[in-house]
Design a protein around this ligand. Structure first.
Ligand SMILES: Nc1ncnc2c1ncn2[C@@H]1O[C@H](COP(=O)(O)OP(=O)(O)OP(=O)(O)O)[C@@H](O)[C@H]1O
Ligand SMILES: [Mg+2]
Length: 322
């Protein structure tokens, strides 16, 4: 089995630069995990709150490698058939209808049920061939000529039985289809698993993966993300906005605003032609980054102090943002 090779994965700094080139601003920790996962050929289990860039990381790596991203979205009840392959029963049935005459001819002269069955069995491989197989994400991932990034998204939503099956696939990148034999990956996929921690993953899965926890970004990193994702935003509004969001994350909220909400809020303020944070604009747009009425009420209680704190001049900003 071959491995994907890419010059941009030759050092941690190169990974960090490669990610930045596709607009993903990675901390040193993130770049290190990607560098190690790629070069040790280990899956990376990415955990962290919603909206911190777990899924986007896998997409960005696929973009750098210029290979397809194949995504397996996990959910309760996801089984092997939905993840690997299914037989196209309807197509099989249609073909037997269309070939009725031919099948009749083939059976002619066969004495009894057992003899007819034997004749049919001799043609099993026609009906259980790739023509009648519906490839699902894991199967597709094994079949990519140039490799792929396989994203097993929200693996914590799947059932423990499915996790056991995944372990098998991830250990040797091959699966056996009883009717077709063993299928081995042409090129080893680069694998990301993401989890929001709705349940603990098994020790066996953790052992097989590198673990990466993505927290909410530090202020300097969040400013760089905004710079990249919302290019029209002024440096001063960028700083105020990040200060504000970082302070809101300290409140006792049901759901803290994530990077995706910071980006949405920045785009909103840009649309409203805001040049600085003001009490009024913040009040009117709280619902862009807070998703629960109770959280909005808590923020309202502290709003004056939050705005005042956010717009304080901070000379170290340019030095820190690099
Ligand atoms: N480090 C980053 N650099 C650039 N953009 C980022 C970064 N982190 C997050 N984003 C932005 O935030 C958005 C949300 O990220 P993403 O969908 O990857 O979150 P997630 O962690 O997978 O969330 P969930 O747990 O809800 O699936 C992305 O579309 C991306 O634009
Ligand atoms: Mg996601």
């Amino acid at each position: 089995m071959k491995s994907i090779h890419q010059a941009q994965f030759e050092s941690v700094a190169a990974v960090q630069q490669g990610l930045a080139d596709v607009d993903y601003i990675a901390s040193r920790e993130i770049a290190t995990s990607v560098y190690l996962g790629f070069n040790l050929e280990k899956p990376i289990l990415v955990e962290g709150p919603a909206g911190v860039g777990k899924t986007e990381l896998a997409k960005s790596v696929a973009q750098i490698l210029d290979v397809p991203l194949i995504r397996l979205q996990c959910y309760e009840g996801l089984d092997e058939a939905k993840a690997l392959y299914e037989w196209k029963y309807a197509k099989q049935l249609l073909y037997t209808q269309l070939l009725k005459d031919k099948l009749g001819e083939m059976m002619a002269g066969a004495k009894g049920l057992a003899a007819s069955m034997d004749r049919l069995h001799a043609h099993d491989d026609l009906f259980f061939s790739e023509n009648f197989l519906e490839p699902r994400p894991l199967y597709q991932a094994l079949h990519q000529e140039r490799g792929c990034v396989l994203l097993i998204d929200e693996v914590d939503k799947s059932d423990p039985e499915f996790e056991a099956f995944l372990l098998e696939v991830l250990s040797d990148f091959q699966v056996s289809v009883p009717e077709l034999g063993t299928i081995k990956a042409k090129v080893k996929p680069v694998v990301f698993l993401t989890s929001n921690n709705t349940r603990e993953m098994s020790d066996a899965l953790k052992r097989r993966c590198l673990h990466l926890y993505i927290p909410f970004p530090a202020p300097a990193l969040e400013r760089l993300i905004l710079q990249r994702r919302v290019p029209g935003l002024s440096a001063s509004l960028n700083r105020e906005l990040v200060n504000f969001i970082q302070a809101v994350r300290e409140l006792d909220l049901k759901k803290q605003p994530s990077v995706s909400e910071t980006i949405d809020w920045a785009k909103t303020l840009l649309l409203l032609n805001a040049e600085h944070l003001s009490l009024d604009t913040v009040k009117e747009t709280l619902n862009v980054f807070l998703k629960f009425e109770t959280d909005i009420a808590i923020a309202q209680d502290h709003i004056a102090a939050l705005v005042a704190g956010a717009i304080k001049p901070d000379d170290s900003f340019h030095a820190r943002a690099g």
